[in-house]
Design a protein around this ligand. Structure first.
Ligand SMILES: *[C@@H]1O[C@H](CO)[C@@H](O)[C@H](O)[C@H]1NC(C)=O
Ligand SMILES: *[C@@H]1O[C@H](CO)[C@@H](O)[C@H](O)[C@H]1NC(C)=O
Ligand SMILES: *[C@@H]1O[C@H](CO)[C@@H](O)[C@H](O)[C@H]1NC(C)=O
Ligand SMILES: *[C@@H]1O[C@H](CO)[C@@H](O)[C@H](O)[C@H]1NC(C)=O
Length: 511
């Protein structure tokens, strides 16, 4: 009830000081961060890398026996849903041009390369009945070349591109997905695990579940918010934990690798000047990071208590005889609890948050269940992507939140990046990179167990529904030339100097 009173007070204050635009909360200009703590150097063992994903760079969508993924089918049937009507049929052609990617990786001097394996390339029918030898040879080549050059492979097993085959029986809403993923994971560990020691089961489940099964913005375009998106996250969590347990039982002792999951989250702030409280921040964090992180890294092996309670009570209010969010039973809480050797974090931006009375959004939906409303600061610098504002403080604060809530679990920052039009003189990306590395160093100086940083992305690539209109690369991709050259942007030179010195150099000489 407190937030409601705060809101009224804020409204009165607002009228008194003539707030013209209530959508915005003003604050200090960001995209800068002061150094805090004793060390100005990253620890010796801290690892720097870059990240990509199969569908966004590989091209060769139907080459050498590859089966279609939901992104192939979706972009072919619905070009109108992609900003520039493009698709990933060719993209950077990394399936044919890994040698060019490797040149860039060596130039950057990265310690590791995070890439994803296309499930339907290696197993075109999704199950293990057909194993595509040419695809296996391709990924073997990638892994071996990386290792020859002292670059550690970090492999994402699933990055949005579900084999199309699986949509025939409901994809992630069908719990048979757990079995399919288990056998896919077993195949990957057996085939590549002698050389790959860092595995990420799923990339950003919240995003592919909400967009694929909730608001229908992405394939498989199911519109069933508050039900199918929750089922998708439920089955993803159980598939993840099953693969983790399989690795521990069958491969960990001989291969000695680590298995985790990558979760995307923003950090949330309330303005003390206006409405909100720490409780609201905690609530927003539970509805974002906590939904997926709490069952794995928390003490209960289950969803955050608040979420279980809210959705049960909303389900009853809506007239249902059951809850739309099934809590895990004892069998599953045991399997889920502790099923991650590290937490992979994708951090891009933050928001202000407040309670909304009455709750907004469709009934039912995640938006309605949470009752939260998000705001931005008009002084925040915005990228080409309309959702992406530069808030480096949010990265420092989310790392501290993880430290305090999940027993200082080891964190790999698996993505962090900035979009623009693709200019080689990308000074805004340099500024973003510099301030976010400062956030990581500040967090390390404050005892956070963060050991890897991976920038999104190595090269400009197919940015899902935004096609090629938003560029995230440290390397420009020349789409019009026959050889699709990768050209270092200013940010690539800056990042290389960070990796070489293990320090955060002034960006001035790069501007
Ligand atoms: C930084 O160094 C000072 C002086 O050596 C020491 O007193 C302080 O505890 C250190 N702070 C941290 C966060 O390590
Ligand atoms: C960081 O994480 C690793 C791996 O989980 C763990 O062994 C180590 O104790 C953690 N470090 C701290 C300072 O908590
Ligand atoms: C790069 O952009 C910055 C800021 O927009 C500008 O000051 C600088 O002169 C540019 N450098 C080159 C080489 O064009
Ligand atoms: C892209 O390639 C075309 C054709 O080879 C060339 O004319 C152009 O200068 C290249 N652009 C960049 C930025 O390298």
């Amino acid at each position: 009830m407190q937030p409601e009173m705060g809101q009224q007070l804020a409204l009165v204050l607002c009228l008194l000081i003539a707030c013209v635009d209530s959508q915005y909360i003003s604050g200090p200009e960001s995209c800068q961060l002061q150094h805090k703590g004793n060390n100005t150097k990253f620890p010796k063992e801290f690892a720097f890398g870059v990240a990509t994903a199969a569908y966004q760079i590989e091209g060769a969508w139907n080459a050498d026996g590859k089966g279609p993924s939901i992104w192939d089918t979706y972009t072919h049937i619905h070009p109108d849903r992609i900003a520039d009507h493009s698709n990933g049929d060719n993209a950077a052609e990394s399936y044919y041009r890994f040698a060019q990617d490797l040149v860039a990786l060596k130039e950057l001097k990265v310690d590791f390369y995070r890439f994803s394996i296309s499930w339907s390339r290696v197993l075109p029918r999704a199950d293990t009945t057909v194993q595509n030898q040419k695809a296996i040879a391709y990924y073997n080549m990638v892994i071996n070349k990386l290792l020859e050059n002292n670059i550690e492979p970090m492999v994402t097993m699933y990055h949005y591109d579900m084999p199309d085959e699986l949509t025939k029986f409901g994809g992630f809403t069908n719990e048979i997905m757990i079995k399919y993923f288990r056998y896919y994971a077993d195949f990957l560990f057996k085939t590549f695990g002698d050389r790959v020691k860092k595995w990420i089961t799923f990339n950003e489940p919240f995003d592919y579940c909400m967009q694929g099964y909730g608001n229908a913005e992405s394939p498989p375009i199911v519109h069933a918010p508050g039900v199918a998106d929750y089922l998708c996250m439920d089955n993803t969590l159980r598939a993840h934990a099953t693969a983790y347990r399989l690795y521990k039982a069958k491969y960990a002792s001989s291969q000695g690798g680590k298995v985790g999951i990558t979760i995307s989250s923003r950090f949330y702030y309330t303005s003390t000047k206006y409405f909100g409280s720490d409780e609201v921040v905690d609530r927003a964090m539970q509805y974002a990071l906590g939904w997926l992180a709490h069952p794995i890294y928390g003490a209960s092996g289950n969803y955050p208590y608040t979420i279980i309670e809210d959705i049960l009570s909303n389900s009853v209010k809506e007239g249902l005889a059951w809850t739309r969010l099934r809590p895990f039973n004892k069998y599953w809480t045991e399997i889920l609890k502790g099923s991650g050797d590290f937490l992979g974090l994708n951090y891009y931006t933050s928001r202000f948050v407040k309670m909304s009375y009455p709750a907004e959004g469709e009934i039912p939906s995640w938006e309605h269940d949470s009752g939260l409303k998000y705001l931005i600061d008009k002084n925040w610098k915005r990228a080409k992507s309309k959702w992406l504002y530069c808030v480096p403080q949010g990265l420092e604060d989310i790392l501290k939140w993880i430290r305090d809530n999940y027993n200082n679990v080891e964190v790999y920052i698996t993505e962090n990046g900035w979009s623009d039009d693709g200019a080689l003189n990308d000074t805004d990306r340099v500024t973003y990179l510099k301030s976010h590395l400062q956030a990581v160093l500040n967090a390390i100086n404050d005892g956070c167990n963060v050991t890897h940083y991976s920038h999104w992305s190595l090269i400009d690539n197919f940015e899902w529904n935004m096609g090629f209109t938003e560029k995230f690369g440290l390397y420009y991709l020349n789409m019009t030339s026959e050889n699709k050259e990768r050209v270092a942007k200013k940010s690539a030179h800056y990042y290389r100097s960070v990796i070489e010195s293990r320090k955060i150099p002034s960006s001035d000489k790069f501007v």
